[in-house]
Write a protein that binds this ligand. Structure first.
Ligand SMILES: C[S@@+](CC[C@H](N)C(=O)[O-])C[C@H]1O[C@@H](n2cnc3c(N)ncnc32)[C@H](O)[C@@H]1O
Length: 211
């Protein structure tokens, strides 16, 4: 029993969980061609090359962990750097009509895949082509999802935007940061409500914006 517990909580156990969740969802990744753009087309957008991380879809393991921690969301769910929309499709399936789903990305090509999938799936996700540093978070924002989308400079501008919008938000705002490379930026204006990361900063942190 102790051995099983040690394996599950170890670094290897963590990798096994990632692989397990990807494998059970493999038909989805294939159907949505989620990997096609990331590996076949190198970035050609100047902004994307400056301080950004290229498209890789979120591991399903973290998405499932997140919806277990935040079971209900009423308001807007925003994926900042949404790529082809894997995370938003997952949230839409779980949270359904209680939420409004918005994805923004600066990469036009990856967004065009997201938009064509939207038509096929009769989804309500709204996709916006925009640099995250210019995005105005709507007042009904409830969950901001970030899967390591950019470097420190861009992240700190986005964090400032979120903090500056805090008065206009009509309810509690949660931030889910997967692969939280720059988590220090969240330390002063946010309360950490869940953290499961390793030494290499792989994992997920959930914050609540302090008002
Ligand atoms: C690691 S992928 C995340 C994909 C998606 N969130 C998911 O979970 O499946 C990072 C995405 O951030 C986008 N991105 C990078 N810099 C950006 C910026 N400044 N503004 C908006 N999107 C950006 C990239 O184009 C890429 O699609």
């Amino acid at each position: 029993m102790v051995l099983v517990k040690n394996v599950i909580t170890s670094w290897y156990g963590f990798l096994y969980k990632l692989v397990f969740f990807e494998v059970i969802n493999i038909h989805r990744s294939y159907r949505y061609k989620e990997y096609e753009k990331s590996f076949r087309n190198p970035a050609n957008n100047k902004l994307l090359l400056e301080d950004s991380v290229e498209y890789i879809p979120s591991p399903y393991y973290f998405l499932s962990l997140l919806v277990k921690k935040l079971e209900k969301i009423e308001g807007a769910v925003i994926d900042v750097g949404c790529g082809s929309g894997r995370a938003l499709r997952y949230f839409e399936r779980i949270y359904q009509e209680s939420g409004k789903y918005i994805g923004l990305d600066i990469d036009r090509e990856i967004l065009s895949s997201a938009k064509s999938l939207k038509q096929k799936n009769n989804s309500q996700i709204e996709y916006i082509e925009e640099d995250a540093t210019n995005f105005k978070f709507p007042k009904e924002t409830r969950l901001i999802y970030l899967f390591n989308p950019f470097g420190k400079k861009t992240m700190s501008m986005v964090v400032n935007r979120i903090v500056q919008s805090s008065k206009k938000f009509t309810g509690e705002v949660f931030i889910a940061y997967v692969s939280p490379v720059h988590f220090e930026l969240f330390e002063s204006s946010f309360e950490k409500i869940y953290s499961n990361i390793n030494k290499s900063r792989k994992g997920i942190i959930i914050y609540r914006l302090l008002k």
